[in-house]
Design a protein around this ligand. Sequence first.
Ligand code: DAT
Ligand code: MG
Length: 152
Amino acid sequence: MAREKTLVLIKPGAIQRELAGEIITRFERKGIKIVGLKMMMMTDFLIQKHYAHLKDEPFFTELKRSMQDTPIIAIALEGNDIVKRVRILTGATNPREAAPGTIRGDYSISVSNNVIHSSGTPEEALAELQRFFDEDELFNYQRMNVMDYAED
Ligand code: DAT
Ligand code: MG
């Protein structure tokens, strides 16, 4: 088991639908530790880096626009095997395929309004966290008691 951090973005579609609290609560209720959190605008530069793998897709222009409709909320989460665990909680990219109980399965209404981003692999998570957070925006702290019985 590897102790890792991962990046979540609450996307503009979720901010507009007032789902930010619901999404943060999902992670808290599951005992996942938040080690960084901030609201910010996605700049053109950030989007080009973040979605570099999609730059030639026909939907890229629309994706870029939709990521700038409102600020996003960037969240850093930490735990054992957290990248994979958060991907499972996130659910499939396409809402029609996202399982009930996952965040996208419960809240996503279209592939371009799929409410949340989460890093796909540990390598992706490292690169994305560096892109979205300065070192002094990520925190080291202990939680008391509640986690004594949990896996991480
Ligand atoms: P994921 O966000 O599940 O990691 P991805 O990295 O393949 O998926 O794509 C990033 C985002 O791009 C995705 O969350 C929504 C958008 N996207 C992907 N495929 C799309 C499509 N066919 N039409 C519209 N938007 C799409
Ligand atoms: Mg991805």
